[in-house]
Design a protein around this ligand. Structure first.
Ligand code: DGJ
Length: 748
């Protein structure tokens, strides 16, 4: 039997009054608990670390994850000669290796100098402590004083190479969250190459009936929800674009077949990283489901020299047994409170007016000021000057890299413009795209090797631009200086940080031949260094990230910039799908949402000003149209919308969000928020197309107190919470397409 274990294991334990992580020496069981969940691992007597359980909280586990293997494949290869029933291919493993009889996908692959990729990393030691380590050079969730967070580090060691692999688990007890990452340390004498270094692996052992949920899309069609049965096969969700991407968000969930918004089990995984990622789900013929997430091994290699270490980014794992809404709420709370680093993380975000769809590149100071003035009159709080204010930039064909003001358009410079905007009583914000360079720019004429490229090959342009090589320190420093210079010479309250193309011909002029495979990862480290330095230098500026809309809407960016431009599609109806999908993981406060002109610039759809505002009010609200062209009647409507949003803003941005009705399987969508003090609720209802002769629709609310009464400010009626939740509230008869309603309730 495999339980004949003789080796000595070193335990390092720093325990005092730790609550959420325990180790049972006798049964070699690690038990991580949050308020409502348990995560269990067990060591075999020969030092393999196995996964035991993850799900609803249980007391004191005794059971081994190793059940009888007798029914499994007769032809199983066995690395443990003494135990014929032990088969690596069929046990649930915590961090599986390569090439030693587990034929599923490995979590890591290390190439050694002799060309071998075989490792045999077995248990070495463990450590439990209060708090959570900072991940060197990377964004990650953090802790604040008095937080109930504990960390378990389990170190595995490959004896032959002396490579140590530390699996890091941090447990946010009250948040019901476990985060995971991995640190590699080379204590050997030879260099090795990390070819795959994922951040986590979970092997679910039960008879899984999981469905895979992912957020796919394109530019202007981001984060649509896909849900599909797994079957006995392998599914890969990834990005190879050098950004987390519009096409796949770095998020997946595994939901039971019967899981709904409000019931059933779901497991969520979100990667705190903004570059190439990979999420893989593999179901074996024995119904074991392996889930992995981490840096994409496509075009990735990391040279790990003796005495050096490599830290992977973090994955945030959520288990909910109360459906998708609970999973989303768990992510939303953590991201608002322990991911976003900004001074703005708890503050209400200003209602902005952005000039992009109003003017594109065609503006001058007078035009900008006329829009800002009108915005101020209507109650808006922040004017954002978008692309086109710098260098030679009258189209998207030139100028990126030349971060000095274009005096032809703005004769009084940014200082003058900013002062004039402030004089109207508004804050002033500015667009940048610092990671890019146009071949037609002074910067490129001076430094043509500063972009990502490979020698003697053409440089593929995207939107007439190339990407600056942020794996180089000199390039990072240029960006930090150029942006800081602008931010410190004018009064700037907000920055929109854009990024508008993906990586091609990846290579760096400064990295050696053997380091070329490090370029994309080093780019991300360079970007994080830049974002860290700039956001720390200018703590009072509100930063919003953007990548052709939502092409980098991920927790890595949210760490530095507490809001993201959700999509370049500002059509109110397209936005219902985009915001619905985005809400699966990301909080409303992080989602920039603007009212734009009709016909809509992306899809030419006509929708009412009211519906456009109701969609945008469900996020971080703003306008993006030429306010000087509004009729008096529309201006009055906008003024009222702003007053309404100011009233509900705190609740929308920081309340508890519930999806009520999916746009995917009906002609309608609805969602709602419950205020932090649970005294107010705001309900948004959207009916897409009018169908003839339909029964009256009754919308059922969620998250209320059954025995409390709620006064509906919108229709003047009073209801008990149970009536609103179980009987529902009748939606009025409404004619026409693209109609919406906003209801406000107050507890009495
Ligand atoms: C792409 C962004 O998503 C837009 O909002 C706008 O800022 C343009 N870039 C400007 O070039």
């Amino acid at each position: 039997m495999y339980l004949n274990y003789k080796k000595t294991i070193v335990y390092i334990e720093e325990r005092c009054d730790l609550m959420s992580i325990s180790y049972n020496q006798q049964d070699k069981i690690f038990h991580l608990t949050t308020k409502e969940t348990s995560y269990i691992m067990q060591l075999t007597n020969t030092g393999y670390l196995l996964h035991g359980y993850w799900g609803k909280k249980i007391h004191s586990p005794r059971r081994t994850p190793l059940r009888s293997m007798e029914d499994f494949d007769g032809g199983c290869q066995n690395p443990e000669y003494g135990d014929k029933t032990f088969c690596l291919d069929n046990v649930p493993r915590e961090y599986p290796d390569f090439g030693r009889s587990d034929f599923r996908n490995p979590a890591y692959v290390i190439e050694q100098e002799n060309g071998s990729k075989i490792t045999e990393a077995k248990f070495d030691s463990y450590k439990i402590y209060k708090g959570k380590p900072k991940l060197q050079g990377l964004p990650s969730t953090y802790t604040e004083a008095n937080d109930d967070v504990e960390t378990l580090e389990i170190t595995l060691k490959d004896k032959l190479t002396n490579i140590y692999i530390t699996l890091i688990y941090s447990v946010y007890y009250d948040y019901n969250i476990i985060t995971r990452s991995v640190k590699y340390i080379n204590k050997g004498l030879e260099k090795v190459t990390l070819e795959t270094a994922l951040s986590m692996n979970v092997d679910f052992y039960d008879d899984s009936d999981f469905e895979l949920i992912n957020l796919y899309g394109s530019c202007a069609r981001e984060r649509h929800i896909e849900r599909q049965p797994l079957g006995r096969s392998t599914h890969l969700i990834d990005s190879k674009r050098g950004a987390s991407s519009h096409q796949q968000n770095p998020f997946i969930a595994l939901a039971r077949e019967n899981t709904t918004e409000d019931s059933g089990e779901v497991y969520g995984f979100n990667f705190v990283f903004s570059g190439n990622f990979k999420a893989l789900v593999e179901v074996s013929p024995f119904n074991m489901t392996r889930v992995q997430m981490g840096i994409n091994d496509y075009d990735f290699k990391w040279n790990l020299y003796p005495e050096k270490s490599f830290q992977t980014p973090e994955v945030i794992m959520v288990y909910s047994d109360q459906g998708l809404n609970k999973m989303s709420q768990t992510y939303h709370k953590l991201y608002r409170e322990r991911l976003m680093k900004s001074n703005y993380k708890d503050k209400e975000r200003p209602i902005l007016i952005n000039n992009w769809e109003a003017t594109y590149f065609d503006f001058d100071e007078e035009k900008i000021l006329s829009i800002a003035k009108k915005g101020a009159e209507l109650g808006m709080e922040l004017f954002v000057l978008d692309d086109g204010w710098f260098g030679k930039r009258d189209t998207d064909e030139s100028g990126l890299g030349d971060w000095f003001v274009n005096k032809e358009k703005l004769p009084n410079g940014l200082e003058g413009l900013s002062q004039a905007v402030h004089a109207e009583g508004m804050k002033f914000g500015l667009w940048f795209e610092p990671e890019m360079i146009c071949p037609d720019s002074d910067l490129y004429r001076k430094h043509s090797d500063w972009c990502i490229h490979v020698p003697n090959r053409s440089r593929t342009e995207g939107r007439n631009q190339l990407i600056l090589d942020l794996s180089r320190d000199d390039v990072c420093e240029y960006i930090i200086d150029a942006v800081s210079n602008i931010l410190s010479t004018s009064k700037i309250d907000y920055v929109k940080w854009d990024m508008n193309r993906n990586m091609t011909e990846v290579g760096s002029a400064l990295l050696s031949k053997e380091q070329q495979g490090e370029t994309t990862y080093r780019y991300m480290l360079g970007l994080y260094r830049i974002l860290g330095e700039i956001t720390e230098k200018f703590p009072d500026i509100l930063f919003e990230s953007c990548a052709s809309g939502g092409g980098r809407f991920d927790p890595g960016m949210l760490y530095y910039m507490p809001q993201t431009w959700t999509s370049d599609d500002t059509d109110a109806i397209e936005r219902l799908y985009i915001q619905y999908g985005t809400s699966l993981v990301y909080p409303t406060v992080s989602m920039g949402a603007h009212v734009s002109a009709v016909p809509n610039h992306q899809v030419s759809r006509m929708t009412s000003l009211t519906t456009r505002a109701h969609t945008a009010m469900a996020g971080n609200f703003g306008y993006e149209l030429d306010l000087t062209k509004l009729s008096d009647e529309d201006a009055e409507i906008v003024k009222n919308q702003i007053q309404v949003y100011k009233k509900i803003r705190r609740d929308v941005q920081y309340g508890t969000f519930y999806r009520l009705l999916s746009p995917y399987n009906s002609n309608k969508t609805a969602w709602m928020v419950v205020s932090e003090d649970e005294k107010r609720i705001t309900v948004f209802y959207y009916r897409i197309l009018k169908k003839p002769k339909q029964p009256v629709y009754t919308l059922k609310l969620k998250g209320l107190k059954e025995d409390r009464q709620y006064k509906c400010i919108t229709n003047g009626q009073t209801y008990y919470g149970d009536e609103l939740m179980y009987m529902g509230i009748e939606m009025p008869h409404m004619n026409g397409d693209f109609i919406s309603m906003l209801y406000e309730f107050e507890i009495i």
